[in-house]
Ligand binder design. Sequence first.
Ligand code: ADP
Ligand code: ZN
Length: 756
Amino acid sequence: MTVPVLLPLALPAPYDYLVPEGSHAEPGTFVIVPLGPVEYLAAVWRRPAGAAPPKIARKKLREIVEILDDVPKLPEISLDFADWVANYTLAPAGMVLRMMMSARSAFQPPAPRYGVRLEGAPPERMTPARARVLEAAANGLVWVKSALAEAAGVSPGVIDGLVDAGTLIAEPLPDWHAMPLDTARARATLNDEQAEAARALVANMDDGFAVSLLDGVTGSGKTEVYFEAIAKVLDQGKQALVLMPEIALTSQFIARCEERFGAKPAEWHSGVSAPNRGRVWRAVAENKAKLVVGARSALFLPFPDLGLIVVDEEHDQGYKQEDRVAYQARDMAVVRAHLGAGRAGFGAAGAGSRAAGASSRARFGEDSADRSPRGIPVVLSSATPSIESLVNAGQGRYRHIRIGTRYKAASLPAIQAIDMRKSPPQRGHWLSPVLTDAVAETLGRGEQALLFLNRRGYAPVTLCRKCGFRFECPNCSAWLVEHRFRRRLECHHCGKFLPLPHECPSCGAEESLVACGPGIERIAEEVAEQFPEARRVLLSSDLTPSISDLRETLREIEDREVDIIIGTQLVAKGHHFPGLALVGVIDGDLGLAQGDPRAAERTFQLLSQVTGRAGRETIKGRGLIQTYMPEHPVIAALVSGDRDTFLDREIEARREAGMPPFGRLAAILVTAGDRGAAEGYAREVARAAPHAEKIQVLGPAEAPLSVIRGRYRFRLLVKAVREADLQAYLRLWLAQAPKARGDIRLTVDIDPYSFL
Ligand code: ADP
Ligand code: ZN
């Protein structure tokens, strides 16, 4: 017997392999197969219904080397989903499979984890630290070593000493996923508005596929509300997945889960250690992990019985993945939900045009008749929903559930613009006196202030005062950003860095280099100068690399051990800091300059989110936005608080321009080491575009970021009406276009979010 096997590589299709005599290899089973001289971990796939095995001479076929019977199979739904995503994004299915296997250790026998338990006699030498450990361990449970050390307030070495002394003994830890989530625990009492929202949400849990847009102002308690939906799904014995756009947001969610359900959810993101990724992957596949919180890639975990997907901060750009398989996790979550719970039948993939809604309406192949599972519910949660989701709600495809008031605070923060033309900062400074006064006032009341600038490093450009030389990345068309803490100049596109020089490399002048413009480190410096007494913390992804450090800092902020928080978008979103009264935005105009169709929407969302951190409990909140364009519609909408009028206008503008979600876009990026080669090929591709009514091909044009990593970049933009079958068009086009030669690369990004 032969079976098709999909390799986690960019191959066009599955390959056929012989199944060893007397063995079985069902679809979804993991196997080891040879390809050329290399052996790969791969998955048995399936043949489209009715397709015959390929006619290849038997002796040309190779045999499966090993069938991994003790690794859980991929559920059928995962196969459906991989095929669907591949079809939609035009990525090879093998690359989607690769995302589904991104936990190497899941494919090895699980290593038992050891903990410690109090068993032997007390040690001969007793110390206060040892006594605390004995006290903490007195309950006789098996403890994770680090947890016991923490509970007793001692270093892990003390625990080791007690193991050596025979007082504590090592014992295998019980499977932590067996920790049941208790949905019946005493929970928050919802207020009327929340209760109404929760009722509406929970009612949608019984309808199979249904998308609820949970649209509640910052601090309205959306998490408490969607916990009710999660509880319902857990009570049905099913799995639930909560997606978050950033790892930084998961810690508060985990703590709240523990409060609500008495146990931690499983975690899935790049900060999880490799062995734990393997454990989580298996626990999900074995249907033991019932609640998972994770980054966008968690969507590709092998859930066999998923009952609900929550996409928190659904508007966030962090859901869009650009490299390799370019997908929008929010849209793919809707697709995954439409495909069902996990017991879908075989057959050609095709979730139907209903699934992905606006921007990701896909229709390819046959729309297979609604298969028996009716799909599962999705909750999209945000205080500033994406235009895509709002349009879907407006057209009745999504159910719109609104919460208009904050739970703990009387009101939303009052937002004001600081007109930088009228109240400019001192020379060489970046904070307007209006903002520094407000910070001083806030600190005087014992409250916290947050200063936000979405730009890492000290200064975006460094130049020589003598000759005008600017430091540019040798590999990219971008300036090098000064990072003063790390004492170097860095490229934010390719990672290239050099030590900060003392003299100008061009004219040799000494002490002539000046930093131009502010980055977050420079703001921190100014704040230190102005408020030397205040307890300050600087949060930026490059300075807070480890997830545990970040969590510790977030806890300090929550516990009001910090007065001024200076940060990039790492602190802008989702967090709940009870003592935070004032949010100052250093440069409200920063995102508006970008020439992309979502610039206004994105800036509005980001600034609403960051100012929404203020005044979430009893303290009155305030947001101050420094701007040179106070009359800009985005700033005006933030100040007036009139979100709906602003969004209605944005929606109208998109409709008129035929932009998403009213039209569809695909970006084609051509890159090559040689500029002429890139441009020439991009032109050839453009010329090969088939004529189609209602599909326009724009370009090629040199990309705004014209060189990255030494590769020249040209862009084409495909613009289509909403009903167009964009994927079919692209497939036909690319099949007949000349093939890329040499080092030329062509990549397709369906529903692009980046136009750089
Ligand atoms: P959102 O996600 O809408 O910004 P959160 O869910 O983070 O809001 O809630 C804001 C704060 O209010 C949190 O500290 C949360 O625990 C608290 N909260 C919300 N609803 C309730 C409730 N019904 N009872 C008690 N506390 C609540
Ligand atoms: Zn570079």
